[in-house]
Write a protein that binds this ligand. Structure first.
Ligand code: MN
Ligand code: MN
Length: 467
């Protein structure tokens, strides 16, 4: 063996996925990514993601869990929690006390929510006040086309579902920014203060009523909302309305090797998880996919990972398999289960290399990333996967031709972040983060490499099949 051969054998080197995939794999990747772009355009909120997931599940033969009285191997079921959180399962041939294989992703993304009393008029313009959701760089949300998605109940109890700004003929909305000519004060501020949360006001309308009553534009808006949907101003106080980028998912780059879109954290992992479980037939261990809400604000609330929805639904599955859910069966099931927390990592950005530690970062195009731990300031807020579990996952990936890499978010003192992994770990389950590196994470237009999307999809299928 030459020194070069020996060095290549002993040392670790990241591989670009394009160096190793076959023509058939490339065709499968491109088809997957075309479907993924359509999903991103159709599912820009957690509610829309759940609706799409149910549609895809039903088409693949999944039945609502509450419509089934008994379960057996091969059955496919789903359960929806409050329209924002879904669990899908394919029942395995092994006893469920041997554990399940769980992939969990989140379907909420950073955005701007409307405040409870959003509508006001100023200087002859009607605007909507927002409260941002998740970690955003506020300046990125100005001067771009925005769409309005959400749910509002009228006084009469009618549920109105809004989706304005997505169809070709729809109007869009925007948040204005100050012209550079007059931005002397703004431009001398720190970036965190250049655009403040109370500047994130949505341009909503400009036509006044021909009357002397009150705010003329606001009055015209209220008349329009009431005529079209029966909405009164007070109804905004019950509403869940999200302001999201209005642009569509696109191929990025002259070679179309990337996808750019809003909400890829974490719909890139949610979609590949979804496609992964739709691929599962007659598994040995029961396969479970969980799409959760509220990850971006701490996994809290009754639709987040900290909700009891997952244990309660698993208990219902055990009951429908065994006729009852014995605590011992549930405990054994959890003890023998394992989870891939499907979430994104930060891809090294060549224009901001200083934020990353290059040996321990993930790279767009180098495959699915496994993050042993996340967290910030000394791994705080993280689940640190064991060597035993890391080896088990790496072996499954290697055996199934999945190109993977591992790393941390960036330089230790630069910051950090968390995922649902720590809350899955709290159930007493083995878990590790596995997902897709993202450029411009949390920006209105996030970028991923098609090869990494494909490898994430392959990794979830491999995990369901072989763990
Ligand atoms: Mn995420
Ligand atoms: Mn995030």
């Amino acid at each position: 063996m030459s020194d070069k051969e020996e060095f290549d054998k002993l040392s670790y080197k990241r591989r670009n996925v394009y160096e190793v995939i076959t023509d058939n794999e490339r065709a499968e990747m491109n088809a997957l990514c075309t479907d993924y772009r359509a999903f991103l355009d159709a599912a820009k909120t957690e509610r829309e993601c759940v609706e799409k997931a149910v549609e895809m599940a039903v088409n693949a033969g999944f039945k609502p869990l509450d419509s089934v009285t008994a379960l057996k191997a091969g059955d496919k079921v789903y359960a929806v929690n409050r329209g924002k959180n879904i669990l899908m399962a394919v029942i395995g041939t092994e006893d469920i006390s041997n554990g399940v294989n769980l992939c969990g992703a989140h379907i909420d993304s950073p955005r701007l929510d409307l405040k409870p009393n959003p509508l006001y008029e100023s200087d002859g313009i009607a605007l909507l006040k927002t409260h941002y959701y998740g970690g955003i760089k506020k300046y990125q949300w100005t001067a771009i086309p925005l769409a309005l998605h959400g749910v509002i109940f009228t006084r009469e109890g009618k549920k109105i579902t809004l989706n304005i700004g997505e169809a070709e003929d729809d109007p869009v909305f925007t948040i204005t920014d100050l012209l550079p000519h007059l931005a002397k004060d703004q431009m001398s501020k720190r970036m965190t203060e250049g655009v403040e949360a109370e500047n994130l006001n949505v341009l909503f309308a400009g036509e006044p009523v021909k009357s002397d009553v009150g705010d003329k534009v606001k009055f015209a808006v209220l008349k329009l909302l009431n005529t079209r949907c029966g909405i009164r101003e007070i109804d905004f106080q019950n509403a869940e309305i999200e302001i999201v980028p209005a642009f569509k998912a696109k191929n990025v780059g002259i070679d179309e090797s990337f996808i750019g879109a809003y909400g890829q954290d974490d719909r890139v992992c949610a979609y590949t998880t979804l496609r992964g479980i739709l691929n599962v037939n007659d598994p040995k261990k029961t396969a479970v996919a969980l799409l959760v809400d509220k990850e971006e604000i701490g996994s809290c609330g009754n639709t987040g990972m900290l909700s009891a929805f997952f244990p309660m639904t698993m208990a219902e599955i055990i009951e429908k398999l065994d006729g009852k859910c014995a605590m011992t069966t549930y405990n054994k099931m959890i003890n023998h289960s394992a989870c891939l927390s499907s979430d994104v990592s930060a891809a090294v950005d060549p224009s901001y290399e200083g934020a990353y530690e290059k040996n321990n970062s993930t790279y767009a195009g180098c495959g699915m990333c496994i993050m042993k731990y996340t967290g910030a300031r000394g791994k705080s807020g993280s689940s640190d996967a064991s060597a035993e579990f890391m080896y088990a996952v790496e072996k499954i990936m290697d055996d199934n031709g999945v190109v993977w890499q591992s790393g941390e978010l960036g330089k230790v003192d630069q910051g950090g972040g968390g995922t649902i992994a720590q809350y899955v770990a709290n159930l007493n389950m083995d878990v590790v983060d596995c997902g897709v590196p993202v450029l411009s994470m949390h920006a209105p237009f996030e970028v991923t490499a098609k090869t990494d999307i494909y490898m994430a999809y392959r990794s979830y299928i491999a995990f369901y099949k072989d763990r």
